[in-house]
Design a protein around this ligand. Structure first.
Ligand SMILES: Cc1cc2nc3c(=O)[nH]c(=O)nc-3n(C[C@H](O)[C@H](O)[C@H](O)COP(=O)(O)OP(=O)(O)OC[C@H]3O[C@@H](n4cnc5c(N)ncnc54)[C@H](O)[C@@H]3O)c2cc1C
Ligand code: SF4
Length: 340
């Protein structure tokens, strides 16, 4: 048994001071506690950050939105301003986990949830992410859920979040704080590819606290956005492939701007701006959507058991874009505590 010290931080300075001594933050605990129970992560001290004033969701001056780091995933998804301005985000959050987990899970914790690679959770197997230099059991092993893009010979894991796929398409900005001050990280730079440091999921420094996430205004996309998640079961399963699709379509039916982010395929939400640019000025339709999908998936490589993800992802991109073009609909369910 590992003894663990539990502290409740009263302010951010106190929380950061503990972090510098090797403690770990706990918010909803829905990922960290599972990892501790499996001995994958063994922090000696947990600092509860739920009393910090980081739970608000407020409008910014330019009609964007600020999402507090400790605001719950469910409160974020059902917030009236999120539903009105960012229906894509509502749909992505509600596609994940279960109502109970979303009620506990925080926005900051969602960004830092760890991969669901089976071997990462099994401490009897080599895993470079869990123990750098030990090897990667997934390469040559079970790979159904693994990456088709951006993998390295050190790690082929994928980032499991649904929320993060929408945040990538929305070009969110992550605000963080440490004893050195505050800084902002564009979402595209927040998560990283494994390269030769698969133990690092994100560019957040070990002494930094996520304080909030800012969504820039995106009203041009509100009428045409869609989150499509494909998985082994209809609910309560991580994505094999997911797509966040956003289109700004002019009165003449041509695309003015497009954003496409893929989940379940790489170590981070996958975007290729050049693929999105291919759609601009063209009619919103199958032919251009197919070309964008091909560009987005250029270089995709399966690991054997997950080869099916490549054609699946292509079809998913085209379908998500078609559904976005047809118009955003309320796919959030009407009841807050409804089924997942
Ligand atoms: C059974 C199950 C099914 C799930 N299915 C899905 C799914 O389909 N889709 C999906 O997207 N997710 C899914 N999840 C994951 C869930 O969304 C995450 O567990 C949750 O978002 C993590 O948030 P948390 O607040 O509980 O994080 P915690 O477990 O409290 O923390 C996670 C990590 O983040 C760090 N951290 C937390 N807040 C901060 C902060 N403000 N600053 C710096 N570090 C911080 C912690 O130190 C820890 O390392 C599932 C989880 C479970 C258990
Ligand atoms: S894919 Fe990554 S997380 Fe999975 S076993 Fe290999 S190194 Fe570990």
């Amino acid at each position: 048994m590992n003894p663990v010290q539990y502290l409740r931080a009263g302010d951010a300075g106190q929380a950061l001071a503990q972090l510098s001594q090797g403690a770990r933050f706990i918010a909803g605990g829905t990922n960290l506690l599972d990892l501790m129970k499996e001995y994958v992560m063994r922090p000696a001290t947990l600092v509860d950050i739920n009393n910090l004033p980081l739970g608000d969701i407020t409008s910014t001056e330019n009609d964007g939105l600020l999402l507090g780091a400790t605001a719950r995933n469910a409160d974020t998804a059902y917030h009236p301003l999120v539903r009105e301005r960012y229906p894509l985000l509502t749909a992505a959050i509600l596609a994940g986990a279960s109502p109970q987990i979303r009620n506990m899970a925080s926005n900051g914790g969602n960004l830092l949830q760890r991969t669901r690679c089976y071997y990462f959770y099994d401490v009897t197997t080599p895993c470079n992410k869990r123990q750098p230099g030990s090897g990667c059991s997934a390469i040559g092993g079970l790979t159904r859920q693994h990456a088709i893009l951006g993998a390295s010979d050190q790690c082929i894991a994928v980032h499991p979040s649904d929320m993060c796929v929408a945040l990538a398409a929305l070009e969110a900005v992550v605000h963080v704080r440490s004893a050195r001050g505050e800084r902002q990280i564009p979402f595209a730079d927040f998560h990283r590819l494994p390269d030769d440091r698969p133990e690092l999921d994100a560019t957040l420094a070990p002494d930094e606290l996520i304080t909030h996430i800012v969504l820039p205004p995106a009203s041009q996309f509100a009428a045409h956005s869609y989150y499509l998640k494909l998985r082994d079961r209809a609910s309560y399963a991580f994505a094999l492939v997911s797509v966040a699709a956003m289109l700004d379509i002019g009165d003449d039916g041509t695309v003015r701007e497009a954003r496409i982010a893929l989940g379940g395929v790489a170590h981070k939400p996958w975007r290729v701006p050049a693929a999105e640019a291919l759609l601009v000025g063209l009619p919103a339709g199958d032919e251009s959507f197919g070309r964008a999908a091909d560009s987005l998936l250029a270089g995709a490589q399966g690991q054997g058991q997950n080869d099916f993800k490549i054609p699946l992802a292509r079809r998913a991109v085209v379908r998500a874009l078609k559904l976005a073009a047809a118009g955003t609909y309320d796919n959030t369910g009407s009841e807050r505590d409804g089924s997942d």
